[in-house]
Design a protein around this ligand. Structure first.
Ligand code: SAM
Length: 441
């Protein structure tokens, strides 16, 4: 079948879902996270079932698909869905916490051993009565009470005593959410922002939180193993998928031995500093984790200060913004008109937007070089506002990809029913929507 005919088939396959229910893709009431998708609360996660159904729609069109790529893998929603289908996978992310989450998802899934080791570690924790603080970093006294520091140190020491790296990774991941729960930073924002004294007084015990999270995580890993077994994609205690996770910049050069058959991803929708600060969100947890246990970490410069990861992420540097714009202006008309609108209101803001799109474009070109010809791409995108002007990332991405010779296949717009923001103002009405852009290389 020729590629264009396949595109039309895929388009009608996806459109068919909305024939009976216009809001099918809003996933109202169907966005609960299960098994490996619930191991970490990471910002801006995609809905697993939705990505799974989209992957299935593409697989029905093209049964030769074996390898899936996600250049902005985050917590690994695509990874979990690829594993369920026995597909090989490459995930890339600049944030080491995302890499840790993906490494835990990847397995091995030794449930009985994990249960055994967990009881041992919980015992070690209970028997450690020392009040020594084993981790030091600048700002520790601002972000943690003395009790939290002592309890987190007890957990840290106990994890370090565990001899198996795969088990330590599961423990570090449980510790990462414990750190978020007991630190002095507000949970209502991803930015580091100090709690009020009253809120600090009600911070729970780190040891109790850790035990709860660890026990829950074991249940989730057990559920993941069961699903993989039911789907016949489990060999001994591991998924049959060949999985590679890289901690690197998707806009830098990346070498891969293979070409990938399908891309499923959601990039950030703006520079981290002014949209979602994935780096600040991860900074305190990463301070308490032994980073030697995360495989393939890039240089350790990402913890130099609390904004380091965010400034390494897409759009983190606004240097040479003018030159960047002169390269981009031929590639996306929608970007040009958006920039002119913003320039009239607040010229300062265009540097950040230009730099973000410039880095995104480099990441797109890189991703395309890792894909085989005719590979489909499923991009989940959010349109944000800059100076109260909507940035049409879905149109910009389409134009950037078309500039590289890609073909538009379909676009689905979905409402996000769970957004916590008020729906009244203009910002919320845009943020409460998301687009799924389907393109072909
Ligand atoms: C929207 S999130 C992805 C969420 C993911 N789809 C999930 O379900 O968890 C975007 C991700 O892009 C990553 N990121 C930002 N800039 C990056 C870059 N230059 N290279 C690689 N990853 C980057 C962020 O760290 C973040 O994890």
């Amino acid at each position: 079948m020729n590629a264009h005919k396949k595109d039309l088939d895929l388009q009608s396959r996806i459109s068919a879902y909305t024939l009976e229910d216009e809001e099918y893709w809003s996933f109202r009431g169907r966005s609960v996270r299960h098994h490996c998708h619930d191991l970490i609360q990471y910002p801006a996660m995609m809905i697993p079932e939705m990505q799974g159904e989209l992957i299935d729609a593409v697989l029905e069109e093209d049964q030769s698909i074996r390898r899936v790529l996600d250049p902005f893998v985050g917590s690994g929603t695509t990874l979990g869905e690829a594993m369920c289908r026995g597909l090989d996978f490459l995930g890339i992310d600049i944030n080491p916490l995302a890499v840790l989450a993906c490494e835990v998802k990847s397995g091995p899934l030794y449930i009985e051993k994990l249960k055994d080791k967990s009881e041992k570690i919980l015992d070690t924790i209970k028997n450690d009565l020392s009040d020594e603080v084993s981790v030091e970093f600048s700002g520790i006294d601002k972000w943690f009470t003395f009790t939290a520091k002592v309890e987190l140190s007890v957990i840290h020491r106990a994890i370090k005593k565990e001899p198996s790296k795969w088990a330590r990774k599961v423990f570090w991941l449980s510790m990462s959410s414990t750190v978020r729960a007991v630190c002095n930073s507000r949970s209502s924002t991803y930015k580091l922002h100090i709690k009020s004294d009253d809120q600090i007084e009600t911070i729970p015990s780190a040891i109790e939180v850790f035990e709860k999270r660890l026990r829950k995580n074991i249940e989730r890993i057990e559920a993941q193993k069961k699903i993989l077994k039911e789907r016949n994609v489990l060999k001994m205690a591991s998924s049959i998928s060949n999985i590679v996770i890289k901690n690197t910049d998707a806009s830098g050069k990346i070498r891969t031995p293979y070409k990938y058959d399908l891309l499923v991803s959601s990039p950030p929708y703006g520079d981290n500093q002014t949209t979602v600060t994935y780096g600040q969100f991860s900074y305190l947890p990463l301070m308490w984790i032994d980073l030697n246990d995360i495989d393939n970490l890039r240089k350790n410069d990402f913890l130099a200060h609390q904004n380091a990861i965010d400034s390494m992420s897409l759009g983190g540097s606004i240097k040479d913004a003018k030159e960047k714009y002169s390269e981009l202006r031929y590639k996306s008309e929608s970007l040009c008109s958006c920039i002119s609108e913003i320039e009239e209101v607040n010229p300062h803001n265009i540097k950040k937007l230009t730099s973000f799109v410039y880095d995104l474009d480099k990441a797109l070109v890189n991703s395309l070089s890792m894909l085989r010809d005719d590979a489909y791409m499923i991009w989940t995108l959010g349109n944000r506002r800059v100076s109260n002007i909507e940035v049409p990332l879905d149109r910009i991405m389409r134009e950037l990809l078309e500039f590289e010779g890609c073909h538009f296949v379909h676009k689905v717009e979905r409402k996000i029913p769970t957004k916590r923001m008020a729906v009244r103002n203009k910002i919320a009405s845009t943020m409460g929507k998301e687009s799924i852009l389907i393109m072909r290389k």
